[in-house]
Design a protein around this ligand. Structure first.
Ligand code: ATP
Ligand code: MG
Length: 439
């Protein structure tokens, strides 16, 4: 035991969360099972910004504990016997029903303490039941090995088996053993993420292991690498993380076309500092189509300067989602052809832009240098794309026109005339329509 966090826990988490923790701990005590909060939650609590998410580790059978909780309070349990883990649906339980407005999670994850070994580099681990100490030794960094015990009189005991507390105080990201990065190369990306997120440093003994472990990145599946990059792009400090990955040679190890240079960094910056609040980074996912979010806009800002060929090749390594791949290719093309937009009429801009995913237009407009082309993209997003004539197909029918493809042609001409300000009001539109119909 390395101290007591009982008061800190009581002060820093909501009463609903505390109530939940105490009920789970009470049940564990009845079964004689030591139970701990382990990992990120303890780290962030000690750093003074506790999160909402916690992982529970039981020394013993977590599935049995989940079963007793469910028989006392209700709520379904999903168990993975192979890993000794259980998910308890608290939303369906008595606790969740009562406190649903404050317990803002659906499931509680209960894990049996276990040890893990790796059959070969970058393999998925082989699992065996073990003690808390075993469970801590399978983790990535010392700062993630701190545990707080919850059952009975042990409530609040801080367990620091591997020097996590000192590294947290000193600001060091340190792996637990020299083969760690080879066992799981995703940890190199995680190291960079924690380093930049907390403004820590990767310890020297850890950093020197990166060059030889880099080669094992090629053994990781597309999903695992992309997941790490996704997590990085979700972070406020993503630009700092990506430039660190670049300097450590980790981006290049994913794919030769992947890098992070000054122009990419400036795009992240300009997206943050845009003067138009309607187009700020946070608002962009509202503007962009619903299947593309903040994370994907970050991907676009990052990679829009790559060629279509490079993006296609990168997709083979990272397996982008289909909408993201489409937007990446469109952004790259739009950016390359951007100067032309300065000389087009509004209707011509709109014709080209209507064919592209809105997320690509949004991202390129954030990144484009000040000038007429950027202005055109911004005006498209805020105004032009919403312009439509007052006349409808219904009106054309009432005018005695045979329904057919000519409807689209006429309506497009009307819209273009509005866009190019040849029409300024409804009377103007009527007159223009009659002229088009030769009446
Ligand atoms: P974050 O704030 O990023 O969510 P976290 O510590 O909660 O931080 P998770 O990714 O949610 O991180 O993982 C939970 C815990 O599982 C970590 O604290 C760490 O101990 C362990 N862990 C996660 N990924 C790995 C890995 N690749 N290798 C070893 N341990 C890992
Ligand atoms: Mg977490």
């Amino acid at each position: 035991m390395a101290g007591n966090l009982s008061d800190s826990l009581k002060k820093n988490i909501s009463s609903a969360q505390l109530d939940l923790i105490q009920r789970v701990a009470g049940e564990a005590s009845l079964l004689g099972l030591p139970i701990y909060i382990v990992g990120g939650f303890v780290r962030d609590l000690l750093l003074g910004h506790p999160g909402l998410d916690f992982d529970l580790v039981v020394e013993g059978d977590a599935i049995k504990l989940a079963g007793s909780l469910a028989s006392r309070y209700g709520g379904r349990v999903t168990a993975h016997t192979k890993f000794g883990t259980a998910k308890w649906n608290i939303r369906e339980s008595e606790i969740g029903n009562r406190k649903s407005e404050i317990v803002n999670r659906v499931f509680l994850d209960l894990i049996s303490a276990r040890s893990e070994t790796y059959k070969y580099p970058a393999a998925l681990p082989t699992v065996r039941m073990g003690s808390l100490a075993d469970d801590l030794r399978r983790r990535d960094f010392t700062i993630n090995t701190l545990a707080v015990r919850l059952d009975g009189a042990h409530f609040g005991e801080l367990h620091d088996e591997l020097g996590g507390f000192d590294d947290l105080k000193g600001g060091w990201v340190r792996i637990l053993h020299p083969r760690s990065f080879v066992d799981d190369p995703t940890r190199m990306f995680r190291a960079v993420r924690y380093e930049a997120r907390y403004r820590f440093k990767i310890a020297k003994d850890t950093r020197t292991l990166i060059p030889e472990a880099r080669a094992y990145i090629s053994a990781l599946s597309p999903q695992r690498v992309r997941h790490e990059l996704d997590l990085i792009l979700d972070e406020p400090n993503a630009a700092l993380m990506l430039s660190r990955l670049d300097k450590l040679g980790l981006l290049e190890s994913v794919h030769p076309a992947l890098h992070f240079d000054g122009s990419m960094r400036r795009r992240f910056e300009s997206a943050k500092n845009t003067s138009n609040p309607e187009l700020s980074n946070d608002r962009i996912s509202n503007i962009a189509s619903s299947n593309i979010g903040f994370r994907d806009v970050r991907w676009l800002l990052w990679l829009m300067t790559l060629s279509g060929r490079e993006i296609t090749s990168l997709n083979k390594r990272l397996h982008f989602t289909a909408p993201l791949l489409k937007s990446l290719l469109a952004s790259s093309k739009l950016l390359a052809g951007l100067p032309a937009f300065a000389h087009l009429k509004p209707s011509q801009c709109v014709e080209r832009l209507d064919a592209l995913p809105l997320s690509s237009i949004a991202a390129v407009s954030l990144a484009a240098p000040r000038g007429e082309a950027k202005q055109a993209l911004e005006t498209y997003m805020l105004k032009w794309r919403h312009v439509k004539p007052k006349t409808t197909g219904h009106d054309l029918k009432n005018l005695g026109l045979e329904p057919g493809p000519q409807y689209q042609v006429i309506l497009r001409k009307l819209r273009n005339a509005w866009l190019d300000e040849k029409i300024k009001d409804e009377r103007g539109e009527q007159a223009f329509l009659m002229q088009l119909l030769g009446r």
